[in-house]
Structures are given as structure tokens and as C-alpha cells.
Design a protein around this ligand. Structure first.
Ligand code: GDP
Length: 311
């Protein structure tokens, strides 16, 4: 079953190409798009963003409500790493926004993450940013991204990626680099149209691979990941499959979904959702949270080191 109410994506960008500016802009604008419909809902103001900015804005997942769909943006490490972190994070998403500076073009350092994203089957959308720069070369840079994709062995359908031109700083995305006005809705519309919602089987037993750990002084470890199948509920008993093939029992004390820059508590979450689970003390990255009656671990994501060639 395909979920239409959800999209899980990553943004892949070389440092300084504008990821922070884009995320900032999307958070602001999605609040404004909603303002007319939901006047009682609190919208992030620039103070909130300013406080967070530079400290944590990209060190966590965010979620944007748009047109009745929740768009989860999972943070990716921008660099090559040696612990399988990139693969684990990418395994939470179905699509990627590949953000490229319109003057600099694609940089070799993003090659590793991009190649992993294509290997993981993520659907790419290309966003050529900073088209307001005097030395921007929008169309040439699209061709350079195409060359990069082809050099990574992208199949024909992936090499026909959709693309938009943008200025994250000015706050617009457009199919035409000469049209430099509007907002980011063309990008969000393209995400909804081109990137599929999670393909899930809600009736299977619970399985969720832990991708990231967080910590709270009050509640201890918090396990973050995408639910592969089944459902998880507050108060539920679960089995945790460990690296040494043993199982431990645990109980879910609280569940939080992502919302804008923060989190909201929920009673229940289902397959496809990205969720933070509190109450499982001994949990580690790579463990699977499983149903008690049918505990089946998910494969631990490969921890191959990247080859030098890829870096
Ligand atoms: P990150 O490292 O990818 O998160 O990049 P930032 O969002 O921090 O942006 C790096 C620099 O590029 C900052 O000085 C931004 O103000 C600037 N920047 C971001 N988007 C644009 C844009 O669309 N046009 C121009 N001219 N500058 C931009």
C-alpha cells in the first residue's frame, strides 16, 4: 500500500550551496501557506529560527505540512563516513533533493552521498540554487549534474531527473531561470508529484530499524527511525533485536513525530512514519524494534567503508 499523506526525503548538498538557507525558507513559507487555513496554529517566527540556526537546524529532522501531506526532511551527513551512517540515513527516505550552486556546479565531495542515494533507489529532484548570482550558469550546471549522474551509472529514468532553478535566499523556485519571483511551492509540488510516498505493509508485524539516537536528561535514550511495517503504540511491549542476535524486551514510554523544527507526542504511528521512541534503555543504532509475538530483525545496514575512488 502506498501512503499518499507522507513523503520522506533527504537534501543532498555540498557545504555552502545553501541547504540551511533552503530549509529555513521552507519552514517559514510552509507556515505562511498554512496560515490562511489554520489561524490558531502557532507558526515559527524568525526568533525561533534564529535561536536554532547554526546550532541545530540541520542536526535534526524536520517535517513540513504541505497540501495535506507531511514532508519529512531527514538530515544527511554531507561528508563520506566510515560507519554506514550515510546508508542508514538514506534508507529512511524515498527521494532526494540534490541542491547545486548555479555558479560552482556539482562538487566531487557530494559524489559519495549521491552515489549511495542512487544505489538506495532514491528518486532525485535537482534544484539549481543561487541563480541570482551574477556568475550563475544555470543550464550548464544542469548538464554537469547529468554528467555526474551518468558517471555514477544512473539508469535512463533517473538521468531524466526533473529540475528547478531557485534562489533559496530570495525564497523562490522556478522552472525557468529567467523567472525570478514567486515562492517555493514549485519545489514542494514537485516533491509531492515526483517522489513516491512510502510503500508499506501496515498489516505485517512491527519492524523499525534504529537510525539515530537522541538523548533526554529525563527519559534517557531516544531511538529514531522509520517504521518499516506494522504499527507502534505508546505503552506497547516490544522486542529489540541486538547486534549479537539476541533479543531484549522493552516498553514504549512515549512516541514523538517531527513537526516543523520540533516534535509532538503521538499515541500511535504506522509503517512509513519517521518516529522517535522513548523508553527503550539499552537500544543502539542498527537494532530493530520488533513485535513481541513475531520478532524479525531487519538487516543491519552494511558498514562498508567508502572506497577512495568514491571520495
Ligand atoms: P549550507 O552550508 O549548504 O547550509 O549553506 P548556507 O545555507 O549556509 O548558505 C551558504 C551561503 O550561501 C550563505 O552566505 C547564504 O546566504 C548564501 N546563499 C544561500 N542561498 C543563496 C542564494 O540563493 N543566492 C545567493 N546569492 N546566496 C545564497
Amino acid at each position: 500500500m502506498r501512503r499518499d499523506d507522507l513523503r520522506n526525503i533527504v537534501i543532498i548538498a555540498h557545504v555552502d550551496h545553501g541547504k540551511t538557507t533552503l530549509v529555513d525558507c521552507l519552514l517559514h513559507q510552509s507556515g505562511q501557506f498554512r496560515a490562511s487555513q489554520l489561524s490558531s496554529e502557532r507558526i515559527l517566527d524568525s526568533n525561533d529560527l534564529e535561536k536554532e540556526r547554526g546550532i541545530t537546524i540541520l542536526a535534526k529532522n524536520i517535517a513540513l505540512p504541505y497540501e495535506g501531506v507531511k514532508i519529512n526532511i531527514v538530515d544527511t551527513p554531507g561528508h563520506a563516513d566510515f560507519g554506514g551512517e550515510v546508508e542508514r540515513v538514506l534508507s529512511m527516505a524515498d527521494g532526494a533533493v540534490v541542491l547545486v550552486d548555479a555558479a560552482e556546479g556539482p562538487m566531487p565531495q557530494t559524489r559519495f552521498v549521491l552515489s549511495k542515494a542512487l544505489e538506495c533507489g532514491l528518486k532525485p529532484i535537482v534544484l539549481i540554487n543561487k541563480i541570482d548570482k551574477p556568475d550563475a550558469r544555470p543550464h550548464e550546471v544542469v548538464d554537469e549534474v547529468l554528467d555526474l549522474f551518468l558517471s555514477l551509472g544512473a539508469t535512463d529514468d533517473i538521468a531524466e531527473f526533473p529540475y528547478l532553478f531557485a534562489s533559496a535566499k530570495a525564497g523562490f523556485a522556478s522552472p525557468d531561470p529567467e523567472v525570478r519571483e514567486g515562492d517555493m511551492r514549485p519545489l514542494l509540488d514537485l516533491v509531492l508529484k515526483h517522489i513516491p510516498g512510502p510503500d508499506v505493509n501496515p498489516d505485517e508485524p512491527l519492524q523499525m530499524r534504529v537510525t539515530t539516537l537522541d538523548w533526554s536528561e529525563y527519559t534517557g535514550r531516544i531511538a529514531i527511525g522509520r517504521i518499516k511495517s506494522g504499527k507502534i503504540k505508546k505503552g506497547q511491549s516490544v522486542m529489540i533485536s541486538k547486534a549479537d542476535d539476541t533479543f531484549e524486551r522493552g516498553r514504549v514510554v512515549a512516541l514523538h513525530e517531527f513537526q516543523n523544527l520540533g516534535r509532538v507526542e503521538v499515541e500511535e504511528a504506522g509503517a512509513g512514519d519517521i518516529i522517535a521512541v522513548t523508553g527503550l534503555e539499552d537500544i543502539d543504532i542498527g537494532d530493530t524494534i520488533c513485535a513481541v509475538d513475531k520478532p524479525t530483525p531487519l538487516p543491519r545496514v552494511a558498514v562498508d567503508a567508502p572506497t577512495l575512488e568514491m571520495m
